[in-house]
Write a protein that binds this ligand. Structure first.
Ligand SMILES: O=C(O)CCC(=O)C(=O)O
Ligand SMILES: [Fe+2]
Length: 320
């Protein structure tokens, strides 16, 4: 059986630690990302109070009447801002859409930022003013935590510590608040309908705020499913396809899914909040030369982050 190495790492030991502690953190995250693609992170800068307030607002959002939520669904935005209703996103290679609805929030930029024109504006939930302020705070805190994690990863890769800094500054990151809705009649579902079909994330890294219920699983190297559980308010952090591509598969974008609960619990909602950390669209994802050698031939064509994102949004049905 292959080992499933999901270490629990303290981000504060990287941000404020000694040189030795920083090195230990970099080594541990790099090793886990090389083997399993997942870690859990404590001391990430989001308090329990903030996370509790976030979930309160997320629950209130999805409890709004269907016709209210649908006012915030704009097909031209390909799900990247505002609401995406039930039966819209289908994992790559699946025929049946995931059993979920979600709301996405993008970058917050000063008016004079050059990237401002290239991102759609965020949508404000008029009915829930606190939803807007709390998700903005969460977005900024997760972005800050993600920047520190990328520094630790850069060191592991033998790059300068600040390698990713300017690439993710004002980047195209997305905070997704997710509702896996209740199913009152499981018999009515197609056989292969699941909360989230097996997939890999598109972005550099994903920071997931502990879900309200079990269900997240990762696919191990020997092709078995392994449950991912986070302790308390820990974040689950995993590698996405952009980082896997950049590192020519040295870091693994591990396949994961969200399984349905036992039948009698299908009537209960599940909520979760992933933050997909994206770079600016101009970032070059060409495999790093240091990751290519005789045993590791170059596996991917050169592409920018923006081109790659477009390709992937088409595949999952969000972009036409
Ligand atoms: O809901 C979860 O626990 C994970 C969600 C996920 O993998 C995704 O939205 O990409
Ligand atoms: Fe995912």
């Amino acid at each position: 059986m292959s080992t499933v190495n999901i270490p629990r790492l303290d981000l504060n030991t990287y941000i404020n630690g000694s040189a030795e502690e920083k090195k230990q953190f970099s080594d541990a995250i790099g090793k886990a990302f090389n083997e399993t693609g997942f870690v859990t992170i404590t001391n990430h800068g989001l308090s329990k109070e903030l996370i509790d307030k976030l979930y309160e607002q997320v629950k209130a959002l999805f409890a709004l009447p269907e016709e209210t939520k649908l006012q915030y669904e704009v097909p031209e935005l390909a799900g990247q801002r505002g609401y995406t209703g039930k039966n819209k996103e289908t994992a790559k290679g699946f025929k049946v859409p995931d059993l979920k609805e979600f709301w996405q929030i993008g970058q917050f930029l000063p008016d004079d930022a050059p990237e401002k024109a290239s991102y759609p504006d965020n949508m404000q939930v008029k009915e829930l003013p606190d939803f807007n302020t709390i998700t903005e705070e969460v977005y900024k805190k997760l972005e800050a935590a993600g920047k520190h994690l990328l520094r630790a990863i850069a060191v592991y890769l033998g790059l300068s510590e600040n390698y990713f800094d300017d690439k993710v500054e004002h980047g195209n990151s997305i905070l997704r608040t997710l509702h896996y809705f209740p199913i009152t009649d499981p018999d009515s579902l197609p056989d292969d309908a699941v909360r989230a079909g097996a997939h890999e994330d598109i972005n550099l890294i994903t920071l997931l705020i502990g879900a309200s219920a079990d269900g997240l699983e990762l696919l191990t190297r020997d092709n078995t499913w392994f449950p991912v559980t986070a302790f308390g308010e820990d974040l689950v952090v995993n590698v996405g396809d952009m980082l896997q591509r950049l590192t020519n598969n040295k870091l693994k974008s591990t396949t994961h899914r969200v399984v349905n609960p036992p039948r009698e619990q299908m009537k209960n909602s599940r909520f979760s909040v992933p933050f997909f950390l994206h770079p600016k669209s101009g970032m070059d994802l060409t495999c790093l030369p240091s990751t290519i050698d005789a045993n590791h031939p170059k596996m991917y064509e050169d592409i920018t982050a923006g081109e790659y994102l477009d390709e992937r949004l088409r595949e999952i049905g969000l972009k036409k």
